[in-house]
Design a binder for this molecule. Sequence first.
Ligand SMILES: [Ca+2]
Ligand SMILES: [Ca+2]
Length: 149
Amino acid sequence: MLLALLLQAAIPAATPPGQPPATFVVEPVGMAIAGFDSDGDGRTSRAELDAGVRRSFAASDTGNSAAIGYIAFADWAERWLGDRNALPSPFEVDSDGDNRITLAELQAAFARVFARLDVDRDGFVSHKELLTIRANAGRTMGPPGKKKR
Ligand SMILES: [Ca+2]
Ligand SMILES: [Ca+2]
């Protein structure tokens, strides 16, 4: 899944001459977090995260049972992460291991991801923090600041 994404993104439609193409990667869970930016300021706060996770959970909890099984979780993942097998996995989210995923478990899993992604610790996850930039492996490019002459 990630590899397929990389390959697709690695084929640039138009690269300016002399500039090596870079690959921009966003984790599936990052895509979901960006989508929870409800006030549209381009960054997601903790409050927006919790509300967004709650909305996404409610959409999958069709029986209103306050917990969803792994099959329903796969449906949830396909809708919000783009793929049934994208991370976080149900095993990771179901922290008490009872084969049911509660809203609290899902929010806790997202809170962990949020804390990891909020690199500058300002309480918001920005698009910049969601993006991982990789130099194209096919070209010779050193780390930034080490220009080849
Ligand atoms: Ca559980
Ligand atoms: Ca931040």
